[in-house]
Design a protein around this ligand. Sequence first.
Ligand SMILES: [Mg+2]
Length: 346
Amino acid sequence: MSLDTAFERVSLPLEDPFTISRGTQTEAENVIVRITDEGGMTGVGGAAPSAHYGETAATVEAVLPDLLAVVESVGDPHAIREIESRMAAAIGGNPAARAAVSIAVHDLAAKRLGVPLHRLWGLDASAAPATSYTVGLDETERVREKAAAAVEAGYPILKIKLGTDRDRELIDAVRAAAPEARLRVDANEAWTPREAVAKSEWLADRDVEFVEQPVPAADPEGLRFVYERSALPIAADESCVTLDDVPAIADRCDIANLKLMKTGGLPEARRMIAAARAHGLEVMCGCMIESNTSIAAAAQLAPLLDYADLDGSLLLAEDPYDGIGMGNGEIRLEGQERAGTGARSE
Ligand SMILES: [Mg+2]
């Protein structure tokens, strides 16, 4: 058997500029990998590199030739374990680049077998939780409008970015615009531990479900301080990057938030989910701003999750790839007729 590989950088404009406590982005640079078998069947996978974790489209492009050389050398898309372990040995770090290849290999393997990926894994499609829709930081009135528009579009769960000196004003505006919505907040490391505990009190009064990454990942004792005193459950995102972070956060948070662009692939994501469960944590899967070449793959994991935050493609002005339906926030794996991840070019 022989496999052909290729990759391509794409610049994907966002529907609206997206701001979190660390900065603003107006477009997402993704790198799309294609792996094609002798019969002309192609698996696709996307990398959505995050500068926060040391990757850019350029670093992804720099390491993909070595990663794809592994795929071509193994030559069999069903030899997933061998491909993944040889990729990890060839290239350390660079998780978004490895994730793109991992996704493309899984997509091709499942397509060759004619089954959706979650079926290959034996998962119950009906167990997928709904995804949240993220509202970034902005002027308070714009945040109110965006929250109202998301509710109007049918999304029942909103994730609100915080980490400003207007946090209370922002959450009050969102609550007024979306009285029935399930709300989650993400401070992206912006608060001090004491500030986070104080904010958890009034966030609980506004019926927020949980607080994501209140304090810097570099302050694990601060995270523990918040966890022990918070009025709300705490999710760890920047504090939960790879498998070996899971035991370290187990007594410092309630929810582990994994992302394919942090784990470097699908098998590692499933290992992290298992490890988090073994440590008594709930599990969320989040994303960067990503096309369906990677979001559709993350959606295949949804039956294993307590919470999904897989709106990466929904935040794009246009996605060149169609994926798993997420109307009304429902991750529609049930009845998925497409084999593989479900990503298809429009
Ligand atoms: Mg987050």
